[in-house]
Design a protein around this ligand. Sequence first.
Ligand code: ATP
Length: 293
Amino acid sequence: MPHAPRPKSVGLHKGEPAPGVAKVDPIIVADGITRTFGGLTAVNVEHLEIPRNAITALIGPNGAGKTTLFNLLTGFDKPDTGSWTFDGKSLSNVPAYRVARMGQVRTFQLTKALGLLTVLENMKLGAKGQTGENFFQGLFPALWRKQDKEIEQKALDLLVKFKLDAKKDDFAASLSGGQRKLLEMARALMSDPVLVMLDEPMAGVNPALTQSLLDKILDLKDEGMTVLFVEHDMHMVRHIADWVIVMAEGQVVAEGPPLEVMQNPAVIDAYLGAHQEIDLGELTGRYTPEGKN
Ligand SMILES: Nc1ncnc2c1ncn2[C@@H]1O[C@H](COP(=O)(O)OP(=O)(O)OP(=O)(O)O)[C@@H](O)[C@H]1O
């Protein structure tokens, strides 16, 4: 069944789209962030704002610094310099677990160890603020059981939504690539995030499941969340992103609405070098570009 296209969020920025452009309602504001590894500057971002309640794609060639920036924003790595806020609160020196509790959550690849847990157990791991974490578990077992039931119900509801309920007792390792990506996203939602950060949500996903994943990401925005994702699949970026930020050699080299950004010569240079005649949107062959459906 064909899906009705969902409207893109527009009017997110103030003034001409250019690296560091101010946003009308930013959820993340970063300044002067650098991260070096030995002599290599992996990230050097002067100013960056991520728009709230929109879907922003972070793109760029291999080694551009996208993953490093993700790690810095989520507290998994520390910058050499710089500061940034999430929802107006400073996140400098805030450890990853507290960043997550504040509502900024990233997905994790299903590691070997998590593959040995069932799908439902994986979901329950994503819950936050569990009373069972402290000694009250011993003092108030009834309270702990009640909370455990609530967490389980929430996990089951999300699994239904992500069409993984039939798999709840299977080992997570037995899931297909696309189902794993769905589980990673569903697990992130267990903690009621405000900002969801997805690292290559389409990597390894069978085309049969791509539409379902795209719909789930669009749903997050409809439910009021903000999405920031790193992705190499240009069709996906064009299809669902409201805003695109392009990195190359550690810097933000362009940002703007997807169709405009993909025609920007700096972006074409960064990606394609000499092959400038190639349409970025046609690189992967996965989607029909918008307007050509
Ligand atoms: N822990 C590390 N130690 C040394 N160098 C690193 C480390 N992490 C990243 N780098 C280097 O920093 C640069 C940016 O890497 P990063 O992984 O952030 O890029 P990326 O844009 O995510 O690339 P890809 O699209 O290939 O995932 C690369 O040159 C990489 O080799």
